[in-house]
Write a protein that binds this ligand. Structure first.
Ligand SMILES: Nc1ncnc2c1ncn2[C@@H]1O[C@H](COP(=O)(O)OP(=O)(O)OP(=O)(O)O)[C@@H](O)[C@H]1O
Length: 229
């Protein structure tokens, strides 16, 4: 398994009490597998992604990413694992307003210390695959919502991650563009052998994923619910 969460418990302080955001959660995603997580607001979906992204540490349980056990890894080691093995696409587009599309991708290579020439080849290859080749000199305000989301996805793939984590990729898009984005994510998952986890409220797109899990009150179970809050 490329991504494996075992018996994860996550708690937050809540006044005098403790809130259990993730309650003995198990998640295993294989290479080339596209998994969707649905569930009501506040059920723990973002917390699950943050654990998988190694951004927060659970109270108990183990996290393994691309064969690396990150459970007891140092902050430095976790940052390296995140940078080298995990692509993250957040709900809000966090593109830098002053940068061109090409530079949004090259910034990632700078962070990982790769050569500029190799990075430029990789960036142009991704922009071509995402139908963004003609947009490489555009800044975010010159792009449509769907194009901005594709730049976010291309940027997440710059460092050739094995794990792709995506939070609500369609929330700012109309129905047709939302379906196109999820279809693109399904293709990328297969082509690149990614272990992909997508949190979504968009039940219309679930036909394109391999498995659907439902989060309710911090518990993760197999199968889809018929409505999500
Ligand atoms: N930093 C935090 N401190 C305290 N409680 C938190 C924190 N982050 C989340 N929570 C609580 O943990 C629970 C799970 O929240 P989480 O954001 O993971 O749910 P979600 O399913 O992603 O919700 P949404 O769909 O609204 O984003 C909620 O009760 C939330 O209020």
């Amino acid at each position: 398994m490329t991504l494996k969460l075992t018996d994860i418990v996550l708690t937050y302080p809540d006044g005098d009490r403790t809130l259990t955001a993730l309650d003995h959660v198990e998640l295993a995603v294989a290479p080339g597998e596209f998994t969707a997580v649905v569930g009501p607001s506040g059920s723990g979906k973002s917390s699950l992604l943050a654990i998988a992204a190694t951004l927060i540490t659970p109270a108990s349980g183990t996290v393994s990413v691309a064969g690396h056990d990150v459970t007891n890894a140092s902050q430095v080691a976790r940052t390296r694992i995140r940078r080298d093995h995990i692509g993250i696409v957040f709900q809000q587009s966090n593109l830098l307003a002053s940068l061109t599309t090409l530079d949004q991708l090259l910034v990632m290579a700078d962070l990982s210390g790769r050569s500029t020439r190799e990075a430029a080849v990789r960036a142009r290859e991704l922009l071509l695959a995402m139908d963004l080749a003609s947009k490489e000199d555009k800044r975010p305000h010159q792009l449509s919502g769907g194009e901005r989301q594709r730049v976010n996805i291309a940027r997440a793939l710059m460092n050739r991650p094995e794990v792709l984590l995506i939070d609500e990729p369609t929330s700012a898009l109309d129905h047709r563009r939302g379906e196109q984005i999820v279809s693109l994510l399904a293709d990328l998952t297969r082509e690149h052998g990614l272990a992909t986890v997508m949190v979504t409220h968009d039940l219309a797109t679930l036909a394109m994923v391999d498995s659907v899990l439902t989060m309710a009150d911090g518990k993760l179970t197999a199968g889809a619910v018929t409505s999500v809050g």
